[in-house]
Design a protein around this ligand. Structure first.
Ligand SMILES: Nc1ncnc2c1ncn2[C@@H]1O[C@H](COP(=O)(O)OP(=O)(O)OP(=O)(O)O)[C@@H](O)[C@H]1O
Ligand SMILES: [Mg+2]
Length: 397
């Protein structure tokens, strides 16, 4: 009996079975995406909800937003956590090799197949197969994958014996698959098979309030990798919150690694940042510090605030009414929970403010007057805020 045949005797796929009792699978080892923003909390909630089921998950999001982090977290929180998590980058493997990579091959089935080899589906048996960059898969492979998703069986290259598999599929792509369907490069039937439980990873610029926590994580990671620790001046973190982060969390992680090499052991100032991360020349941090800003108010000195500013921070839920307020200050209000290692308060609050203002502008399609209403600010106050934060609105009316 060949390896392939013996494998075919494994238990049939369990896609129909009831979700298991998650309490039996403690989550201690799972690494959830870092962040406290509403957007990342929504992602974490989806991860927790879907983990215990066998449903196929489709993770969407720009490059570097943490799609693989989310996929691993789902696996690590699932009953499959003690079985393999196998990742395949479908965009990086040439089409002619991808079939054998996924399904395996028999000896002599093609030139160079000098021995039988298991594919990733077999290696992932009982666990999770992460199909990364699924949007880059060729049309012929899409057909083959569709069949496995429908029937949960496949064949090794060079063998006609169908092999039944019990593998949970998580797919990811940075592409807009609906556009790809419209262009004819992605099969609509495959999309619907994959899109059972979509998870959208937000770009960093939409959750910029997470920046201080991410920075802290990456500094700790650098230290555990043997690189020197760095600290960040408040104005440096505030300046970083102004950056566009098109490379998302990966770009931030790379920057922190670079800074720990060039500025290790000291406090990183704006002048230490590569040019593209420095704020616009008319951004004057000293000026902000002399103002009675919302930053100061958030530590409880509410008398420093005018009503409108207090409303923005309190009613949006971004800031607790007071540290002892039972309605808001529970550890569940992650935005206000003080991390063990402390926090850079000014930078944290500035990034929260920036994130909320940007969200309001987006919801108002860039119209300042509408955004001001969402924030319960006067239009002129918001215009001034935008100037200080270096945010450009589509229209100032
Ligand atoms: N929320 C997060 N918390 C901690 N680290 C994160 C988070 N999101 C991403 N990272 C880190 O950023 C880097 C990129 O993450 P990941 O590879 O998961 O992104 P991706 O969306 O799969 O990117 P790509 O589309 O380029 O493959 C990794 O080093 C990852 O550890
Ligand atoms: Mg990835």
């Amino acid at each position: 009996m060949s390896a392939a045949q013996s494998f075919s005797g494994l238990a049939p796929g369990s896609g129909q079975s009831a979700p298991p009792d998650l309490a039996a699978f403690p989550a201690a080892a799972a690494r959830l995406p870092t962040g406290n923003s509403p957007a990342i909390r929504e992602v974490i909630s989806l991860i927790r909800q879907v983990a215990g089921h066998h449903s196929t998950v489709l993770i969407l999001g720009e490059s570097g937003t943490g799609k693989e982090v989310a996929a691993r977290a789902i696996h690590d929180l699932s009953p499959r956590r003690n079985r393999p998590f196998v990742a395949v980058n479908c965009g990086a493997i040439p089409t002619e090799l991808l079939e054998s990579e996924l399904f395996g091959h028999e000896k002599g089935s093609f030139t160079g197949a000098i021995a039988a080899r298991k594919g990733r589906f077999e290696i992932a048996e009982g666990g999770t197969l992460f199909l990364d960059e699924i949007g880059d898969m060729s049309p012929s492979m899409q057909v083959k994958l569709l069949r496995v998703l429908q029937e949960r069986v496949f064949e090794r290259v060079g063998n006609h014996v169908p092999l039944r598999c019990n593998v949970r599929i998580i797919a990811a792509t940075h592409r807009n698959l609906e556009d790809s369907i419209a262009r004819g490069t992605f099969r609509e039937d495959l999309f619907h098979r994959l899109n059972v439980f979509p998870v959208d990873m937000p770009p960093l610029r939409r959750r910029i309030e997470d920046l201080p926590l991410l920075v802290r994580d990456f500094v700790a990671q650098n230290v555990s990798d043997g690189r020197p620790a760095v600290q960040f001046a408040q104005r440096t973190l505030a300046a970083l919150a102004l950056h566009g982060w098109t490379g998302n969390v990966r770009e931030l992680s790379n920057l922190i690694e670079r800074l720990s090499i060039i500025a290790g052991g000291r406090i990183v100032q704006i002048e230490d940042l590569p040019m593209k991360y420095r704020p616009p020349e008319d951004w004057v941090w000293e000026e902000r510090q002399t103002e009675r800003s919302e930053m100061e108010a958030a530590v409880g000195e509410k008398d420093l605030l005018d009503d409108e500013e207090a409303f923005t921070l309190l009613e949006t839920g971004a800031i607790a009414a007071s540290p002892a307020s039972p309605s808001r200050a529970g550890a569940s209000d992650a935005l206000t929970a003080l991390p063990e290692a402390g926090i850079d308060l000014r930078a944290h609050l500035l990034s929260i403010e920036r994130g909320l203002v940007q969200q309001a502008l987006e919801r108002a399609s860039g119209t300042v007057a509408h955004a001001a209403r969402l924030l319960n600010l006067r239009r002129t106050t918001l215009v001034e805020k935008l100037r200080k934060l270096g945010i450009e609105a589509a229209t100032e009316v």
